[in-house]
Design a protein around this ligand. Sequence first.
Ligand SMILES: NC(=O)c1ccc[n+]([C@@H]2O[C@H](COP(=O)([O-])OP(=O)(O)OC[C@H]3O[C@@H](n4cnc5c(N)ncnc54)[C@H](OP(=O)(O)O)[C@@H]3O)[C@@H](O)[C@H]2O)c1
Length: 318
Amino acid sequence: MRHFQLPTGNKIPALGLGTYLSPPDKIEHAILAALKAGYRHIDCAAIYGNEKQIGAALKKALKLFPREELWITSKLWCDAHKPEEVLPALSQTLEDLGLEYLDLYLMHWPVALKPGVGLPGKRDDYFSLEEVPLRDTWRGMEDCVDREIVRNIGVSNFSIKKLTALLSTAAIPPAINQIEMHPYQQQRAQVAFARKHDIRLTAYCPLGSIGTPITTADGCKPPPLLKHPLIMTIAKKHGCTTAQVLIAWLLNLDIIAIPKSITPERIQENIKSTEIHLDTNDMTAIAELDMGARIIDGKVFTFYNSPYTIENLWDGEF
Ligand SMILES: NC(=O)c1ccc[n+]([C@@H]2O[C@H](COP(=O)([O-])OP(=O)(O)OC[C@H]3O[C@@H](n4cnc5c(N)ncnc54)[C@H](OP(=O)(O)O)[C@@H]3O)[C@@H](O)[C@H]2O)c1
């Protein structure tokens, strides 16, 4: 398994297992299957509602592997953005996961919600970023590093504009930005920015998050990536599956990929993508598929007279 070195010197495995929408009663089996297949990196989040069950799996895993061999990421939910709320939120995640420290903790969204709010359902559920600025939340994240319960901190769903602002005030620069990335959303500006500022990108929805339709800004509905004729042709050429092509494409760009699966055969199939080497022709052809289409558009934060709009959430980088 390839690793990428972060500014702290810690090395993050290039491939991890996603856990969004992994049902609590299936996740333990999936994690143990993943570890058996060679995964050492699990991507979690408090809002996914399955960290306790992941903790049960990790308890078993830690009898087989030393803690230092595993890379565990989790994410701060938007309802704990006030600096004094970050540590209690992290403590809950650590308790649920049964861990003493996280390898990586991310601010899940650049959106602040009132304590206890999962997804917003009324105007009063929101704080604006003027009321709870991102730089203040980041101070809470930095405090967790100082307390040595988190080794690396980063962000998710941050625009270049928000990253630039954060970099200007942060004592510890974000190590990672976790963003949606696949051939329909290639994030070229983010890739260039990340390289320049030594920020590593993690790609979520690497397989196109099956089941969720993709719509472009102009309303076009492209075919599911796993069935795209070009991806199928490249898969045939390499004697592999379309999922493996999509993951290999990201790894070839030095992007961390976190495909989710609860199916042991697919979990195994996905890690074998580390053995697929796409050539320049494949990469050039896939580059043509970019259409700036998002699966996770953040609209969920824009209803009920929200202070957040698609424009200010993505800063026009949609
Ligand atoms: N930071 C954020 O805001 C954010 C947002 C979204 C996601 N994420 C993270 O990124 C991870 C990945 O994104 P995602 O779960 O949305 O989408 P994804 O990994 O692109 O797709 C997951 C789907 O693909 C299926 N699948 C997996 N391997 C397959 C294979 N080899 N062949 C065919 N189908 C396959 C899975 O089915 P089965 O499970 O049934 O096998 C599941 O339905 C998440 O789980 C989460 O950890 C982060």
